[in-house]
Write a protein that binds this ligand. Structure first.
Ligand code: ADP
Ligand code: MG
Length: 719
């Protein structure tokens, strides 16, 4: 008997199972069953070609129009060019050295064609084409039923096509025993849901549209219900844990009295919320969302002062060395030297020299370091705290739950935890996605901030690109500084890690092969030093492959105005605070995600001067990539942008594995579209848990939740 946890090898054979794992991450029976179709086609209906976005991997139902054979000039070998149509538009697919396919691909034959859509010289092409033709010998009686039978179209790759997946699932469903129900019977009944067994069979092998539609509704609700139950359960478990209450006193009062500016209203009210949380005897789990530049760090520092009052320690975890060093500087600035020394402000990163490292560890274990700022190094087993009271996690989406958890476990009692993010999402959504955390949102920026203007610049237009450099020169003439951001360090780097993550999440980032090579930090630095308009400007680079001394040195010189133009990778994405920098040019902006661009842009316009952000792109008109760039240019509202971002991401994990802390690889749910459904599921989950807190009466639900938590943990250890 096959069980959900069985590996796919028994079912598919070693080779195919390996391909499923490698290309789609499908390893077990359960993974395969949960790999649901993206949409459905039918043999009777052609897919409208005009509606297919460029740059996407698609599967279409189309007819073959004609097939031409060509020979390559000066080379041996031939090309088979196949034109396919939806009756109106055309796509051409080319096969190298595969003329034998002409025998199959007869004009008039119909089938599924898969590949990536690109546009070349105004013509739509299907690159990496693959196809499966529909059988022709069907008798008349079956023809109508056959033409209307929904064909599931699965998220696929060029190595594992939708029809391979469909076949594998077909074989599986034939031998699979009935799938046990997971939801409480009353929930299934009152919501008019299918059984889980029916729903899974119908979603993969529907006889008609109605079946997959009801199956999809059922599975959506199912997913929402399990997710919300998990979050609610975590939350109620947290309430039973005890910790040391931390009460603010003179340290905070003295600090507030000396602040050179007024706290914003949001900083005041969230500050009070935090003080209240810290004063409780169970640990705070709060997320602080706040627009880029809204002053989250200050809110965190005030909470640290409350913890320090009773001798407790706070640790702030930052995603990069650059950012940790920057937090050190700015916390020291904010506290003033005297208070910083009194509190033993300490930096701990992997790249400290041995002596400094040892000293830092001693300060931490003795409790002298009451505020510690660091990178992943903080998590190391060598680090021991005397009395860890508060963990602050900056830019929380950069860390997995596991890393946060490791730091949390360093407290003798569970510490309070504050996570911070500059990728805010609307409150109602946040509650459903981060439902085990309390949420605070800083909406306003400190007074006196100037708005940032954002423009999209076509990289193909030399005059506009020249104007970009001229603008940087103008800002320089006014005593300001500039950032130039590239997606790559140098030619040796083919794809950045961030892009790999993004691409596996949504295949929309794929570029067509015809675009010019991407700009690199190294190349750009050399090029800009030669630009006439920039002669005399001090141009330097910053990237992740430099040593931490080099990085520190460059950042210090940039902050001290000894560098005019800083060319970098996204190492500056998070938190870098140089108020005198007023202009940023992002090269190949379409290679970045929406929230990333928004974060990058937040680096300018921090002082009292207006900021300017130029997004240079070679993305094709009509592509999702260009849509993303345009979205960022259209608004400064981070909430709006995260909504657009969520809408544009159709595939995969809505919030990204890291951002959601691995807790939800949402399959059928979409946070925005299904907001109401998610809230309804939450309400019902609350009722079930209220009546049956330990889930004794719902063992099947308890088992499903346990499995969910386990697979979330598994995902983390894989990452
Ligand atoms: P973010 O929320 O993006 O992390 P930061 O904490 O880096 O923002 O704050 C951005 C800048 O605003 C810092 O230079 C900080 O000192 C300054 N700042 C914070 N709060 C205020 C305030 N109430 N008034 C004026 N400036 C502030
Ligand atoms: Mg910050």
């Amino acid at each position: 008997m096959l069980l959900p946890n069985d590996s796919l090898t028994a079912l598919l054979g070693d080779r195919t199972a390996k391909a499923f794992a490698k290309h789609l991450g499908l390893r077990t029976v359960s993974d395969l069953l949960q790999h649901v179709p993206r949409r459905y086609s039918s043999r009777g209906e052609l897919t409208p070609i005009a509606e297919i976005p460029i740059g996407e991997a698609v599967t279409v139902v189309a007819d073959v129009v004609d097939v031409r054979e060509r020979y390559m000039r000066g080379k041996s070998g031939n090309i088979l060019e196949v034109r396919i149509t939806d009756g109106e538009g055309f796509l051409s697919a080319t096969f190298f050295n595969q003329v034998w396919r002409a025998k199959e691909l007869k004009p008039g034959s119909r089938g599924l064609f898969a590949g990536k859509i690109s546009s070349y010289q105004g013509k739509l092409q299907l690159s990496h084409p693959d196809y499966e033709l529909f059988a022709e010998d069907i008798d008349e009686a079956d023809a109508k039923r056959w033409a209307e039978l929904p064909i599931p179209i699965y998220p696929a790759s060029s190595k594992v096509t939708t029809w391979m997946i469909g076949r594998a699932i077909g074989v599986l469903l034939d031998v699979l025993p009935p799938i046990a129900e997971e939801l409480p019977a009353e929930v299934v009944e009152s919501n008019g849901l299918l059984s889980l067994d029916e729903a899974i069979r119908f979603i993969h092998r529907p006889d008609n549209d109605h079946q997959w539609q009801t199956a999809r509704d059922t599975l959506r609700f199912h997913e929402a219900f399990l997710l919300q139950s998990t979050l609610l359960k975590r939350r109620s478990e947290n309430a039973t844990i005890t910790t040391t209450p931390r009460v603010a006193g003179e340290l905070l009062a003295g600090f507030d009295a000396k602040l050179p500016f007024k706290l914003t209203a949001g900083q005041v009210s969230i500050g009070n919320e935090l003080l209240e949380d810290l004063g409780q005897d169970h640990p705070m789990h709060r997320m602080l969302q706040g627009e880029v530049g809204s002053g989250k760090t200050l809110v965190a520092v005030r909470a640290m002062l409350a913890v320090a009052q009773s001798g407790g320690q706070s640790a702030m975890l930052a995603p990069t060395e650059v950012l940790a060093a920057q937090h050190m500087r700015s916390i020291r600035n904010t506290l003033g030297d005297e208070l910083a020394d009194q509190l033993g402000l300490t930096l701990l990163t992997g790249q400290l020299g041995t002596a400094l490292h040892k000293r830092a560890l001693l300060q931490i274990v003795s409790g002298k370091a009451q505020i510690v700022v660091g990178t992943h190094a903080l998590i190391s087993s060598k680090v021991e705290f005397f009395d860890l009271g508060l963990v602050v996690i900056d830019e929380q989406h950069r860390f997995g739950v596991e890393q946060r958890e490791a730091l949390r476990l360093k407290g003798k009692k569970p510490p309070h935890v504050l996570t911070m993010t500059a990728t805010p999402i609307p409150r109602t959504l946040a509650v459903s996605v981060f439902g085990d955390l309390d949420i605070s949102t800083l909406t306003e920026l400190p007074a006196g901030r100037q708005p940032i203007s954002t423009y999209v610049v076509q990289q193909s237009q030399a005059a506009l690109v020249a104007r970009t450099w001229a603008r940087i020169a103008e800002e320089f003439a006014n005593g300001r500084q500039a950032f130039v951001v590239c997606s790559r360090i140098d030619e040796s780097e083919t794809v950045s890690e961030e892009e790999v993550a993004l691409e596996t999440e949504n295949d929309e980032l794929e570029i067509t092969e015809k675009r010019p090579p991407l700009a690199t930090v190294v190349g750009m630095t050399a090029a800009l030093r030669e630009v006439e308009a920039l002669k005399g400007l001090r141009i330097e680079m910053l990237h992740g492959r430099m040593t931490s001394e080099e990085k520190d040195d460059v950042m210090n010189r940039f902050a001290g105005r000894e560098i005019d133009v800083l060319i970098s990778t996204t190492v500056i994405e998070v938190g870098v605070d140089v108020p005198n920098a007023t202009v940023m040019a992002v090269i190949d902006a379409d290679r970045f995600g929406i929230s990333q661009l928004h974060q990058l842009r937040g680096r300018v316009g921090r002082g009292g001067n207006a900021g300017l952000c130029l997004l240079l792109t070679a993305a094709e008109p009509g592509s999702v990539a260009l849509e993303r760039v345009n979205a960022v240019a259209s608004t400064l509202d981070g909430f709006k942008l995260s909504e657009i971002d969520l809408e544009l991401r159709r595939e995969g994990d809505v919030l990204g594995a890291n951002q959601s802390g691995g807790r939800s690889s949402l399959k059928l749910l979409r946070v925005i579209r299904d907001a109401e459904l998610i809230q309804e599921a939450r309400k019902q989950a609350e009722q079930i848990l209220l009546a049956d807190p330990t889930l004794e009466k719902n063992p099947q639900l308890a088992a499903a939740l346990a499995q969910l938590e386990e697979s979330a943990q598994d995902n983390l250890s894989k990452n």
